[in-house]
Design a protein around this ligand. Structure first.
Ligand SMILES: *Cc1c(COP(=O)(O)O)cnc(C)c1O
Length: 376
């Protein structure tokens, strides 16, 4: 059986997790958190990275920092994971969904301006499959309308747009280290904070509304309740697992790239024959092999292909049900403009197995089965 995903495990994680336990430091913000945050800051060239318990929580933290109030509007794609919307709906905001560009499956930047009202506060680009959104256009709109940008870079680690890492364009960039992502800690995430002015507030919201982070750095002699807040810091045991992976990120990335490139090479004849479509990556975007998908003719063909692959022990899966058509999306959000591509393209997209440890032989086998399906 070839699973769709296997959580990344290199072997060294267990040593670092044991070390956290032996050091009697398993709560948050210990040495592993310090070291892992420093690596992420170096990788992205950002001043401040705070680890969180998930990307969902990183986005919630961003929504608090953006001072989202009931009635505010937040522009985002409908083709995304629920967390993108949840973080803002929790604060009483309305997600305003715009259509995607069918080539990248990212929000179509040319549709954003028309969706802006006097209530709009934030734009949330989601970098699907680690392929960057049109950040030049998005940042220009944000500047002209005085909006904040919160990047859902859950899938975007190690990827860049015009040479600049994803997650570093907007005021805040949110990453996921869930077990389905390139680097993992089981459940976990991080927020990148672009501007110094937000750092102190972020530390307070993340630590139950206290200035405990300052206290730990020896900057004050007691910590107190300063504001409302929550608890978004991950356990050192989880961070130790992530730390091992960040140290060996090149190994993980090289292997994922190999799988991605093998899929592309073997399946491109089917694309050239007009039978399927493969992921499109603009030349100024560097992707991170987070995902490999194909697009079938329609949902009916995709359903047949999923069954065909399953019979051959291959687990391939579809992705998001557009948020605007889901019960909570109907209740809390609205779609601006026409749904030309979101629903149609989401029904055609099929994700193939992709994880650290997937072998080249397995990728070849999967590609051969897909070719056989279309050959018959
Ligand atoms: C994985 C993912 C999330 C959620 O990440 P968690 O760490 O599980 O909270 C949010 N947005 C996108 C686009 C994702 O792929």
């Amino acid at each position: 059986m070839i699973n769709f995903n296997v959580p990344p495990y290199l072997g060294t994680e267990i040593e670092y997790v044991s070390e956290a336990i032996r050091n009697h430091k398993i709560c948050g913000d210990g040495e592993f958190t310090k070291k892992a945050s420093a690596i992420l800051e170096e990788m992205t060239g950002t001043g401040k990275c705070l680890l969180t318990t998930s990307c969902t929580h990183a986005t919630e933290l961003a929504a608090l920092l953006a001072n989202i109030q009931p009635g505010d509007e937040v522009i985002m794609p409908s083709y995304t994971f629920v967390s993108t919307a949840d973080a803002f709906v929790l604060r009483g905001a309305t997600p305003v969904f715009v259509d995607i560009d069918p080539k990248t499956m990212n929000m179509d930047a040319d549709l954003i301006e028309d969706a802006i009202t006097e209530k709009t506060k934030v734009i949330v680009p989601v970098h699907y499959a680690g392929v960057g959104c049109e950040m030049d256009k998005i940042m220009d709109i944000a500047r002209r309308y005085n909006l904040l940008v919160i990047e859902d870079a859950a899938q975007g680690i190690c990827a860049s747009y015009k040479g600049k890492p994803l997650g570093t364009f907007g005021e805040f960039g949110c990453f996921s280290f869930h077990e389905t992502k390139n680097f993992s800690m089981g459940e976990g995430g991080a927020i990148l904070i672009r501007d110094e002015e937000y750092v102190e507030k972020a530390e307070i919201f993340r630590e139950k509304g206290t200035d405990r982070s300052k206290y730990f750095r020896g900057q004050i002699d007691k910590y107190r309740w300063q504001d409302f807040g929550s608890s978004y810091l991950p356990s050192e045991m989880n961070v130790a697992y992530l730390y091992a992976q960040l140290l060996q990120r090149d190994l993980i990335q090289t292997q994922r790239m190999d799988c991605y490139n093998t899929y592309r090479e073997l399946l491109s004849p089917l694309e050239n024959a007009g039978r399927i479509e493969l992921p499109f990556v603009p030349e100024y975007c560097e992707h991170n092999a987070h995902m490999f998908y194909i697009k079938c003719a329609d949902m009916e063909e995709r359903t047949r292909l999923i069954g065909y692959l399953k019979e051959r022990d291959i687990m391939a899966v579809f992705h998001y049900i557009p948020l605007h058509s889901a019960p909570a999306g109907l209740k809390y959000g609205r779609f601006h403009g026409e749904d030309r591509y979101t629903t149609k393209e989401s029904e055609r997209l099929l994700r193939l197995p992709m994880y650290y440890g997937l072998t080249k032989e397995q990728v070849i086998y999967i590609a051969e089965q897909i070719i056989a399906f279309y050959g018959k």
